[in-house]
Design a protein around this ligand. Sequence first.
Ligand code: COA
Ligand code: AMP
Length: 630
Amino acid sequence: MSRYHQVYREWQEDPAGFWAQVAQEIDWAKPWDEVFDPQAGVYGRWFTGAECNTCFNCVDRHVASGRGDQAAIIYDSPITDTKRVLSYSDLLKEVSVLAGALKASGVKKGDRVILYFPMIPEAAVAMMACARIGAVHSVVFGGFAANELATRIDDAKPKAILSASCGVEPNRIVEYKPLLDEAIEIADHKPDLCVVYQREQLSADLKPGRDYDWVEFIRDAVPAGCVFVAATDPLYVLYTSGTTGEPKGVERDNGGHMVALKWTMKNIYDVDPGEVYWAASDVGWVVGHSYIVYAPLLHGCTTILFEGKPVGTPDAGTFWRVISEYGVSAMFTAPTAFRAIKKEDPKGELIKKYDLSKFRTLFLAGERADPDTIQWAERNLNVPVIDHWWQTETGWSIAANPVGLGVLPVKYGSPTVAMPGYDVRIVDETGNEKTDGDIGAIVIKLPLPPGCLPSLWHKEERFKSSYLETFKGFYETADAGYKDEDGYLYIMARTDDIINVAGHRLSTGGMEEVLASHPDVAECAVIGKGDTLKGQVPVGFVVLNAGVNREPEEIEQECIKLVREKIGPVAAFKTAISVMRLPKTRSGKILRGTMRCIADSETYKMPATIDDPAILGEIADALKGKGMIS
Ligand code: COA
Ligand code: AMP
């Protein structure tokens, strides 16, 4: 019998008491004045008056309590054939030394530090070192192009940038330093210094006076202690796709973040201190922040930093090899990774080669988990497969099946129920609640629980207008879905122009901005087309300027190249289609939703306000011409 309903009720009856109780598991330098102060910040702030340090809670206290020899981070990189274990004592040493070097270079509490890293342990060490001295890190995913990095540099205004010489992808070495140099060149803001970790696969050129070799940088550093910060001070800013090309800087605080994440480790993931926990994601995404780095370390677990892919490094058995080699008890990844494995090894033959006896639960998030994938994983792994729903903004799951409280019956297609802290409602455009089973906008009654964003970095007005204004008193998730009679949530689609490609959140608006910058493009529309592997892939339609007499295919290829150059390979933008016109309403709004239905061969209702229905036929013909529909 699950304790979920009882625990959810306890939170409903006394939210402050609930979180105050959970907060006992964190070591505070100074206790809070108020668990929740409704007058502070935009919608209130958690643990006001308290002081703490996230690095202390993730590292120092575990060494002090006897976990020094336990593995904190296991780095496993099939792509470079490297393995390395950092014990909690090793981690403390490395983090303190880097923190000391940063401090000696003038980086202090409140300064921002951008981290642009592949999946190597130095990325986690750098995050912790920033947290140790109260600096605010902002990790930028390695698959983004220089332009995206430049946008983040201009918004975060970092004092320092820490990076590595390269990333390693299956088909190529990704040279980070030229991208970093270009980004700094494009950006108006210039960092004081860059520190580059030289990997053996490639050595980067350093600019004297600005760039430092990581090893040299830390050589004579005096280890730094923890700087206590306010619980409400920012720990990090993580940029995520918004509806335009300008990303949103999601801010995370120190105190509430620790409290929330610590609660999830036992109650949602059912993992105990000392166990091995693995999130196969990337430190550049929120899953990487919360569940590769912060939560497992807060909880005294061993975390795995995996530099590889679910398939091809070397095969579709790599996940099972890691699980068996390190005795992983819980794993967290995106459904797309399982779809990739299922495609290569449909019968799960490779699973049988490994001892998975310690493996208890698989967690999936980042995109809708299709029932086929869940059932395949259940059948072949013989463990519960738990879908859970969250966003960069929330930092932890809004809805989940809390395994530690006792698993609730699984309903395929649903990430199960709202977690304590979240009062989730389904509403219509005017904010009226929908009846069970009816689809609507998914909103969360304010205040958001600890761990969720208090605001966007230095953009309070954008925070309010993006999330809080449409439905007064509620946070707008920008997801649409419904609730059933048992309170199970079903997350069906985004209500904005965000698409989800291989578990990566991307803005079609951002891609349209890039396409529109092509000199031969008059107008354009990007939609997310359903894809059996990646969930969705972007497809761009471009209308060329009158008088352009080059081959459309040539311009289409240029458009594809442009998106890769400006946004990055992660956009997976591989299809641009030139069309004569775009379907619009009489008021000139492009009918992207209808175009998506055509691309997905779904039936659709002819929009009543359509200007010229014949254009829909032209779109279908263009897709047929590219072999995208039959
Ligand atoms: N640095 C540089 N380039 C990167 C990158 C990184 N960190 N990560 C991805 N890329 C590149 C890839 O090399 C690829 O480039 P290509 O066009 O030259 O082939 C491109 O970005 C698209 O990558 P991706 O969407 O990941 O596709 P893929 O075909 O390489 O791999 C999967 C497909 C399903 C195996 C892969 O997407 C995956 O493992 N997904 C798991 C998703 C995940 O962890 N999500 C995090 C949220 S939980
Ligand atoms: P990100 O901020 O990158 O984590 O992306 C968040 C978005 O991914 C959500 O708003 C959803 O649209 C989608 N998403 C995440 N998890 C799930 C899930 N379990 N089911 C359905 N959609 C999900």
